[in-house]
Design a protein around this ligand. Structure first.
Ligand code: HAM
Length: 342
C-alpha cells in the first residue's frame, strides 16, 4: 500500500472545517486592513530563491525541492515572499499600483527532517506590504498579525522584536560577531563552525545547548545601527507602545534569510516547544525589490505557519471539530421516500 511522503499530511474531512475557519477568518481580517489576495504559482525558477534568500541560507542550500527539466531547474516554493515580489514586478504592479498590500495562503515545501511542528509540506498564511519605507507600516503589519491571532482565538504568545539595520549596519553586525565568536569558535557545533564563514548571523539562531551558552555569553546590543535605522526602530517601538502591543526586544533575533533588514519579529508560543517555537515571523526587506530588478523601494511582511497555529490553538481545533448541527430526514414507505428526496 502506498503511504504519504514523510513530512506531508492528509487534511481529512474531520479536520477540513478548522482549515476553512482559519482561512475564512484570515481573509476577513486581511480585507479589513485593505490587503488584496495574490496567488502565485507553487513552482518558480530555483534561482529566484537563491537570489532572494541568499546562496548561504539553509533553506537554499539544503531544503529546496528542485525539479530538473531539460536545461531548467525549478523549485517548489519554500516560502512566499520571493514569489510575491517576482509577481509584483513581472506584472508591473510597481508601475500600476506602486504601494500595494497583498496576502496569500497556501502550501510551502522544505526538505527538513520531519518532527512536531516541522513538515516538508506546510502552509503559510502571510502578507507583504510593498512600496514603503515608513515605520508606520511596520507597526501596522505587527498589529495586523496580532489581530489575526486574536481572531483565531490564540493566546499566550510573545512577540520578539529586533532591528538588523541597513545593509551597512548588517555588515557591521557581521564583523562584530566574527570578532566575538572567533575565540570560542571551537566550542560551537559543526554547523555553526560552517556558518562562521558562510552566514555568521545564523549562529545566533542555533538551538544547540553549547552554542546557545556561547552566544548568551557575548554582548550584542544595537550599537551597529546607524542613526537613521536607530530612529526607525524607535518609531516602531513607540508605535507598538501606543497601541498597547507588548513585545520583547531581542538583539539575538536575526532571522536566517539574506533579504531581511531593519525590523524583524517573531511570534513565539510555548506550546510549540523550544526547538521551533515560532507561530510566525517576518520583517522588512527593503533591498529585495531592487535585487530582483525593480525600483528601489521598501517592503515588509510576515507569514504564519498554519500547522503551528493549530498546535497552539487547541480550543480552536475542538470548537471547529464539533461541526455544525445536521438535519437527518427519515422517511417511511416509498411515497414518503419520493417526497423526502425532494
Ligand atoms: P519563515 O520564518 O521561514 O519565514 O516561516 C514563517 C513560519 O512558517 C514559521 O514561523 C513557522 O511557523 C512556519 N514554518 C516554517 N517552516 C516550517 C516547517 N518546515 N514546517 C511547519 N511550519 C513551518 C518566511 O518564510 C518568510 N517568507 C516570512 C516573511 C514574509 N517575511 C517577510 N514576509
Amino acid at each position: 500500500m502506498f503511504k504519504r511522503v514523510p513530512g506531508t499530511r492528509d487534511i481529512l474531512p474531520d479536520q477540513a472545517p478548522v482549515w476553512q475557519h482559519i482561512e475564512g477568518v484570515s481573509r476577513r481580517i486581511f480585507s479589513l486592513h485593505n490587503y488584496l489576495e495574490i496567488r502565485p504559482p507553487l513552482i518558480e525558477e530555483a534561482t529566484l530563491f537563491a537570489r532572494s534568500l541568499g546562496e548561504g541560507a539553509e533553506i537554499v542550500r539544503k531544503q529546496m525541492f528542485e525539479i530538473r527539466r531539460d536545461q531548467d531547474i525549478y523549485a517548489l516554493r519554500p516560502e512566499g515572499t520571493a514569489s510575491v515580489v517576482r509577481a509584483y514586478l513581472e506584472n508591473n504592479l510597481d508601475k500600476t499600483l506602486g504601494f500595494v498590500k497583498l496576502y496569500y495562503a497556501g502550501p510551502m515545501f522544505r526538505a527538513e527532517r520531519p518532527q512536531k511542528g516541522r513538515l516538508r509540506q506546510f502552509h503559510h498564511i502571510g502578507c507583504e506590504a510593498i512600496g514603503s519605507y515608513g515605520p508606520e507600516i511596520d507597526i501596522e503589519v505587527i498589529c495586523l498579525a496580532q489581530a489575526l491571532l486574536a481572531a483565531y482565538g490564540i493566546q499566550g504568545y510573545t512577540i520578539a522584536l529586533n532591528s538588523l539595520g541597513c545593509a551597512a549596519d548588517k555588515k557591521a553586525l557581521n564583523s562584530l560577531l566574527k570578532e566575538r565568536l572567533q575565540g570560542p569558535l571551537s566550542g560551537l557545533c559543526e554547523d555553526c563552525r560552517d556558518r562562521f564563514d558562510r552566514n555568521v548571523l545564523r549562529i545566533l539562531d542555533c538551538k544547540q545547548e553549547g552554542c546557545r551558552r556561547i552566544v548568551d555569553g557575548i554582548n550584542i546590543g544595537h550599537d551597529h545601527l546607524c542613526q537613521e535605522c536607530a530612529r526607525h526602530f524607535e518609531t516602531v517601538k513607540h508605535g507598538l507602545d501606543a497601541l498597547g502591543i507588548a513585545y520583547e526586544v531581542m538583539p539575538r533575533l536575526v532571522r536566517g534569510l539574506d533579504y531581511y533588514n531593519r525590523t524583524v519579529f517573531e511570534f513565539k508560543h510555548p506550546e510549540l516547544g523550544p526547538q521551533q517555537d515560532a507561530l510566525g515571523a517576518g520583517g522588512r526587506y527593503d533591498g529585495l525589490v531592487k535585487e530582483l530588478g525593480g525600483p528601489e523601494t521598501g517592503a515588509i511582511g510576515f507569514a504564519f505557519g498554519v500547522e503551528r497555529l493549530l498546535l497552539a490553538g487547541k480550543s480552536l481545533v475542538d470548537d471547529q471539530a464539533a461541526g455544525l448541527p445536521l438535519v437527518y430526514l427519515i422517511t417511511l414507505g416509498d411515497k414518503a421516500l419520493q417526497e423526502g428526496m425532494k
